[in-house]
Ligand binder design. Structure first.
Ligand SMILES: Nc1ncnc2c1ncn2[C@@H]1O[C@H](COP(=O)(O)OP(=O)(O)OP(=O)(O)O)[C@@H](O)[C@H]1O
Ligand SMILES: [Mg+2]
Length: 254
């Protein structure tokens, strides 16, 4: 079965989609067959990978409208070999669909997904709704990107409460893959203080080496390319390559 990582934070704009797209592209470049599933109707994963989604094309959200919808059939090739995308439905209303938190887990358990992919990465919306619950119920791991600002701590505490609820109910196998500082600047005192506080509250071994602030990451999105193809020598590309190298052995564990 493919390993499944949910990229989540209850707070908006913490770099979830940037991490989902670039981590997926790096792991694909390392030879893992990766499926990126965009659960956020903002649809930014397609933008970041330069994938055009035509009206009526199959999307990730189809499974919430029709339990027989096949995610593998909705997967699109990208310009990165080994990386496929199931795009979001930009018209999906986040409160809509049945309150069934197992829909995504069932869709990802399909034999076609196991045959074609080593890893599934789920980009999730910044909300505590049934889309997030579906992602956390389906995932083996959750990766939490956070901006090291004071306000991030409350959002992380809220997410942790949801995680522990899911771990003690629908998905006991769920583990925290790591807390990932994003848009981080080592020299800013506030960033150091908040990451210190995150280590103290959630455990230092959980805090991963971060993704530094790099405008090239924002530009790469506009260009519809992952950073490894847009600006392979910039510090954002370096940080994502290092993150992928750290996580790849976990993905390979049987
Ligand atoms: N390391 C970084 N350095 C500079 N800019 C970044 C970095 N990471 C993300 N950004 C920029 O910050 C903004 C928010 O990032 P992103 O869309 O990835 O966050 P998000 O958590 O997915 O947001 P949302 O909650 O709306 O889904 C984007 O404009 C993105 O280009
Ligand atoms: Mg996003």
């Amino acid at each position: 079965m493919a390993k499944i990582i949910a990229i989540s934070n209850r707070k908006g704009g913490t770099g979830k989609t940037t991490v989902a797209v670039n981590l997926a592209a790096e792991l694909a470049a390392l030879g893992r067959r990766v499926l990126l599933v965009d659960l956020d109707s903002q649809g930014h994963c397609a933008t970041g990978l330069g994938v055009q989604v035509d009206k009526g094309a199959p999307t990730a959200h189809d499974i919430f409208l029709d339990p027989r919808a096949n995610l593998n059939a909705a997967a699109r090739r990208t310009d990165d070999p080994n990386l496929a995308l199931v795009p979001a439905d930009q018209l999906f209303e986040h409160g809509s669909g049945p309150r069934d938190e197992r829909r995504l887990a069932l869709a990802l358990a399909h034999e076609d997904i196991a045959a074609d992919f080593d890893l599934v990465i789920l980009d999730t919306p910044p909300s505590l709704d049934h889309l997030l619950l579906n992602a956390l119920t389906a995932a083996h791991w959750v990766l939490v990107p956070y901006v090291p600002h004071q306000l991030s701590l409350e959002g992380m505490r809220q997410l942790m409460r949801v995680l522990f609820k899911v771990m003690s109910g629908a998905n006991p196998q769920l583990k925290i893959l790591g807390l990932l500082p994003t848009m981080a600047a080592e020299h800013i005192r506030q960033h150091r203080l908040v990451t210190g506080e995150v280590s103290r509250q959630f455990g230092a071994p959980r805090v991963l080496a971060g993704i530094r602030n790099d405008i090239r990451l924002a530009e790469a999105f506009g260009a519809g390319k992952p950073i490894r193809r847009y600006a392979p020598k910039c510090r954002g590309a370096e940080d994502f390559a290092a993150l992928a190298a750290t996580l790849a052995p976990l993905v390979d564990e049987r």
